[in-house]
Design a protein around this ligand. Sequence first.
Ligand code: ADP
Ligand code: MG
Length: 256
Amino acid sequence: MATLEIKNLHVAIEDKEILKGVDMTINTGEIHAIMGPNGTGKSTLSAAIMGNPNYTVTEGEVLFDGKNVLELDVDERARLGLFLAMQYPSEIPGITNAEFLRAAINAKRGEADKISVMEFIKKLDQNMELLSMKEEMAERYLNEGFSGGEKKRNEILQLLMLEPTFAILDEIDSGLDIDALKVVAKGVNSMRGDKFGALIITHYQRLLDYITPDVVHIMMDGRVVKTGGAELAKRLETEGYVNIAAELGIEYVEEV
Ligand code: ADP
Ligand code: MG
């Protein structure tokens, strides 16, 4: 079993404190969901865990099996087994999807343990089939001209190919129609097991109808304000953030 521990994490963007002390422990075998209104710091949390240099950790720790993640470079974090599916994946013209995936797998495995071309193609075919992706997607430039749904599906393809220990999926459901949502859920559910843990960030409950979380955290204004089981997400669906905020005595103005 592996553990990802987030301890009293404070994160600032350009001197503005966004995360105000987040605590969370994720073990492999578990799927956690973070739900929260827009602008509460969900993407900030994922960026800080992955080491985006625009986000400054001012206090607290992130530990992977006790190892301090915050002192590692982004690529070292990936090699350690952390993966982030981004809310807004970048387009990289000039590198095909397949080339990118193979380079990423090899970077993670290291020089001595490179994936063979045969093994790579087999794995790619299997995973693309699981995600109902057209074969031509492998030879297209990374994310270039991909629709919103194709980008998200492609992030899940990266997840399945890289097989990280911990994945953070930032709003992987945004802009997806129901069929694409089911495919994304199928991909994530196929990773479930003793060797994998995930943190699923979402604004809406919908995705969690297809990926049942073990733990649900509600985040507001840079803090985890409530933690519960899958039923907490269901409650949010019927009651909305307003009622939960009111119950906790937190000021919250709903976006219109
Ligand atoms: P969420 O993912 O929960 O919607 P974010 O983590 O993206 O929230 O943003 C948290 C807060 O940080 C928001 O108030 C947002 O306006 C602010 N923020 C994000 N990026 C920047 C930036 N580059 N400069 C200043 N503030 C930012
Ligand atoms: Mg976000």
